[in-house]
Design a binder for this molecule. Structure first.
Ligand code: F0G
Length: 455
């Protein structure tokens, strides 16, 4: 069969509130053109993030009733721990309320002034947690990873030569080597098993712990199965185990490939580090058998981890993004290719070449998609990354707009509607204007900045 259908039936639905372009224009002005400030009920298709926005299965909802809310030693924790260890064989599994809490705990121990932490590309919260400790975060993705047109099958790979030089140069000031799978900020691009192993070997040869940011581990494993020689025909679960068995720890947001609406964890092999992390956890998140989550959340994650590694689900998920990318590409809209695991990325810098990076072409595309079709997307470019720790502003490596797909939430007709909205925007794209930021916070400005459209 050519048609790849959603491999699930719908048992419970949530209405979408339809709006007109005129209503959306007013809403945009009220939100100061920051899409984070919109009410979600005023959004027709919400592609702001794939984080915590997925639909849970009937089995997950059933497991929620089994959640044991004991403060300490809950069987829900044991089920959660076993489900994580089944895929990621780490000694210590420390639950947190979401991924950034795991990062905050890890870097409160490992980072600090004078430290240097490399990754393929740090996600913004990871970078935020590192930099706010006074340490520096560096992105060492391969050159193809920042070229939207490169068809390299593993554009999330770490540049091994740069990493080797980095480790030689920074020596003892590197408390750990990170790797983000898939590489969210670089377009949801995967990292090969070969590259994961090579990064692990380099870190080990320098005596540095290797930590994987595993938010989208299942999507990454599916790409490995599709694209890496020798991996076809393997179980996704086995590929996942191979990826994590060479690492010393991981940070995780269960809001992505945990199939849950909330949750995360920090996993470590080192007992001393784990003890420090648990002590910090007690201070900031909660007792180590719940870590800021309810017992029912731990159950939802445990069940979710058994569902996310399903081949049929992953095939449908990745195919939806490929389908949209193929159609946008046919229309001449520059998109990051190949399609990413969790999102479609439009190259706004190339598409709106009349808007310079410091006037935020990505913001112009994101606002345009909302005006025309009520679609909420997210700028991942100069708005998000342009402000430097020293206060200066420089263009980000790319100006992308991310259309992130919530898991199991939208259908094929929603995908067609997204394509049609992009086609409409194509008609008016030359008249789109850039933006100016009129108010911004000191860090992570994209969430709360105010914008003004340039004349
Ligand atoms: N690492 C990566 C690669 C992420 O994509 C995210 C979150 C985090 C860490 C932090 O996890 O949200 O649970 O605290 N990404 C979301 C996104 C927010 O929209 O891409 P969190």
């Amino acid at each position: 069969m050519k048609t790849i259908i959603e491999p699930f039936r719908i048992k419970s639905v949530e209405p979408i509130h339809m709006t007109t372009p005129e209503q959306r224009q007013k809403m945009l002005e009220k939100a100061r053109f920051n899409l984070f400030a919109l009410r979600s009920k005023d959004v027709i298709i919400d592609l702001l993030t794939d984080s915590g926005t997925g639909a849970m299965s009937s089995e997950q909802w059933a497991s929620i009733m089994r959640g044991d809310e004991s403060y300490a030693g809950s069987p829900s924790f044991q089920r959660f721990e076993a489900a994580v260890q089944n895929l990621m064989p780490f000694e210590h599994i420390i639950p947190t309320h979401q991924g950034r809490a795991a990062e905050a705990i890890l870097f409160s121990i490992l980072a600090g002034i004078g430290k240097n932490i490399p990754s393929n590309t740090h996600f913004d919260t990871t970078r935020g947690n590192i930099e706010s400790s006074g340490a520096r975060a560096h992105d060492l993705v391969i050159a193809e990873g920042t070229d939207p047109n490169s068809l390299h099958p593993f554009k999330g790979n770490m540049d091994l030569k740069r990493l080797a030089d980095y480790l030689d140069k920074h020596g003892q000031s590197v408390p750990c080597v990170m790797l983000t799978i898939t590489n969210n900020a670089g377009g949801g691009q995967p990292v090969s098993l070969e590259n994961i192993r090579a990064v692990a070997a380099l870190a080990k040869s320098h005596g540095r712990p290797f930590i994987i940011d595993g938010c989208r581990f299942a999507e990454n494993a599916y790409f490995i199965k599709q694209r890496e020689s020798g991996q076809q025909g393997r179980e996704i679960a086995d590929i996942v185990r191979d990826c994590f068995s060479v690492a010393d720890g991981m940070t995780m947001s269960a809001k992505k490939d945990g199939f849950a609406n909330i949750g995360g964890w920090l996993a470590l092999n080192d007992a001393d580090l784990a003890e420090q992390a648990r002590n910090k956890l007690i201070q900031t998140e909660g007792f180590p058998t719940y870590g800021g989550l309810a017992g029912r959340d731990l159950e939802a994650i445990a069940q979710g981890l058994t569902e996310i590694i399903d081949d049929d689900y992953l095939r449908y998920r990745i195919r939806t993004n490929e389908y949209i990318v193929e159609r946008l590409d046919d229309m001449g809209i520059p998109v990051v290719k190949p399609a990413g695991g969790h999102a479609v990325f439009i190259d706004a810098r190339q598409w709106l070449s009349h808007i310079p990076p410091l006037q935020y072409p990505g913001q112009a595309v994101a606002v345009g998609l909302y005006e025309i079709g009520g679609i909420r997307s997210c700028e991942i470019g100069t708005v998000m990354f342009g402000r430097q720790p020293d206060g200066s502003e420089i263009p980000a490596a790319m100006d992308l707009v991310r259309l992130a797909m919530p898991r199991r939430t939208y259908t094929q007709s929603h995908a067609d509607y997204i394509v049609e909205t992009c086609a409409e925007l194509m008609e008016s794209k030359d008249s789109l204007k850039g933006y100016r930021i009129t108010k911004e916070p000191k860090i992570m400005r994209h969430f709360t900045s105010h914008f003004e459209k340039l004349a």
